[in-house]
Write a protein of this length. Structure first.
Length: 506
């Protein structure tokens, strides 16, 4: 079948909450006549007020002409009942996130609409196939997953259920582009792409906190300042709402037949039980409205630099760091004999974490080791996480003294496997590789989705390519050995690239 989706298609949006009103606004901004319906009396009008307030803000900021604001609002009408939606060519549901109401809504609507009308669901976790179940025309049901706030977030995920007509996916992709969005094809599997690949961003942070590796503020600051993420995981969970974040985790856990890798964190469950839901309740990982909001993180006090710093001819990822040291005036000499892959000063070796603890490295390779956490760009970062074995611990201040003139501060971490940024990035890349393996999603789509849907500084698969798939594989192998848990098992798509020395983006 061919689907005519253009600005002359009348759009019906059902559910006038934050997502529904955002989608209605977007449709009207793109020239559609829009009907907005909500089952709760007054909710449609409130949705319309929210849209008007958003457009008013755009007018005040000079981003929208007053006349355009009036035209956009003039295209949206609140529909009091479902019968008024008759004649709509595209229905987007953004009602409560439960299967039964979504199924029942589409079953009620089907006889009111022409057989060509499209039924799109904005569900963030429910199977599109299940939403279409029991309809006469399940082929015109499709997942169209927007991100919050819908008018501004660039990404949409397009999800086909088993029966969805491929031609519809293609038509919806064109419409998404016409609405100014980047569309990616996402598999109809738990969490689609973004909510699935992002799980480790929260889960690893929660484990680091449970293990007592560092305060939430330290983990957040490292992931923001060294990792380049827009927000740290704890401040992000506080913003999303711990209850909402937990329910996505639970839904992925449930839908993966309780794969222990996705087991919800006990720590998070306890916070939710106690009513600490994040910003909306005034308290989550941080307290809001008083001095304990995300704040000061102590860095390691510099002592006296020990020079020269010895480096091998090829340092790889740490090369830009050495260049910064050189420019800042450190005495750098090349050592050709050492088999060690990092820097050396005095009796101390400095290396990038490979997923083993400093204690384990020390036992295997000899004492005197400082481990550095990953940074998105060692040529620019102002902060690096660090740990050391017992022999090197007294010398961490000397390293801080060498790095300070180059504008780099160090944050002390407990001796945890994979540290913070390296472990997070490797787990994100592994999750992305797992999605690739089992769903056939494309590397480019996954990376685009993660950058546009969650503002990651780099797509996780492209990041894995930059680190080298073998390095990522080694970190995961070490994490798995350290914890003895299958949560760190390597995705087949990653292992293949490790053995073949390949990359996700060839
Ligand atoms: P919300 O709770 O703000 O709004 C839902 C609205 O739907 C409410 O106004 C409610 O009265 C109405 N409603 C419930 N059942 C209805 C029914 N049977 N018929 C008509 N109206 C009904 O929820 P929100 O956040 O806007 O989410 C809506 C949907 O969008 C959910 O499926 C959610 O998973 C999905 N979503 C949410 C995102 C978010 O960040 N909040 C992001 C992407 C998707």
């Amino acid at each position: 079948m061919s689907y005519e989706l253009s600005s002359s298609t009348r759009v019906a949006v059902i559910g006038a909450g934050s997502m529904g009103s955002g989608i209605a606004q977007l449709a009207a901004q793109s020239g559609h006549q829009v009907l907005l319906h909500d089952a709760q009396p007054g909710a449609g009008e409130r949705g319309l007020e929210r849209i008007a307030a958003d457009l008013d803000g755009a007018v005040k900021r000079g981003k929208l002409a007053d006349l355009d604001r009036t035209m956009i609002l003039g295209r949206i009408r609140v529909a009091g009942c479902l019968e008024e939606l008759e004649g709509s060519g595209l229905v987007v549901e953004a009602i409560v996130e439960r299967l039964e109401p979504k199924q029942s809504l589409f079953r009620t609507l089907e006889p009111l609409l022409s057989s060509q009308a499209v039924l799109a669901t904005n569900t963030s976790s429910i199977s599109v196939t299940a939403v279409a179940q029991g309809l006469h025309h399940p082929e015109r049901v499709i997942g169209w997953h927007f991100f919050n706030p819908a008018p501004r977030m660039k990404l949409v995920e397009i999800i086909r259920g088993v029966e969805t007509d491929p031609a519809l996916a293609s038509a919806l992709r064109d419409l998404s582009n016409a609405w100014g969005k980047t569309a990616v094809d996402a598999p109809n599997t738990p969490g689609f792409i973004v909510n699935r690949v992002a799980r480790p961003y929260y889960a690893e942070a929660l484990r680091l906190l449970a293990e007592g590796v560092a305060e939430a503020s330290v983990v957040d600051r490292l992931l923001r300042e060294a990792g380049g993420f827009a927000m740290g995981p704890f401040e992000l969970m506080d913003l999303i709402g711990l209850d909402v974040n937990l329910s996505v985790s639970e839904s992925v856990f449930h839908a993966t037949a309780y794969d222990p890798r996705y087991a919800p964190s006990i720590l998070q469950q306890e916070l939710v039980r106690s009513g600490r839901l994040g910003r909306k309740s005034g308290c989550g990982f941080y307290r809001y409205g008083d001095a304990s909001e995300p704040g000061i993180v102590d860095t390691i006090a510099p002592t006296t630099a020990i020079e020269p710093i010895r480096v091998p001819t090829e340092l790889g990822l740490l090369d830009p760091l050495v260049e910064r040291l050189r420019l800042a005036g450190s005495v750098i000499v090349q050592h050709s004999q050492s088999i060690h892959e990092g820097l050396e000063f005095g009796s101390v070796r400095v290396a990038l974490t490979d997923g083993r603890t400093a204690a384990e490295c020390s036992a295997q390779d000899g004492p005197g080791l400082i481990l550095l956490d990953l940074a998105l760009d060692f040529g620019k970062t102002a902060l690096i996480g660090v740990t050391a074995d017992a022999a090197a611990l007294p010398h961490v201040g000397a390293l801080a003294a060498s790095l300070a003139p180059a504008g780099i501060a160090l944050v002390a971490l407990e001796d945890v496997a994979g540290l913070v940024v390296m472990r997070t990035v490797c787990c994100l890349a592994n999750e992305a590789a797992d999605v690739m393996t089992w769903t056939g999603a494309k590397a480019a789509d996954i990376d685009t989705a993660m950058q546009l849907g969650t503002a990651y500084p780099r797509g996780p698969l492209s990041w894995a390519d930059g680190l080298g798939c073998s390095r990522v594989a080694a970190v995961l192998t070490h994490l798995q050995a350290h914890y003895g848990e299958t949560r760190y098992r390597r995705a087949p798509a990653l292992s293949r690239r490790h053995f073949s020395r390949g990359a996700f983006h060839e």
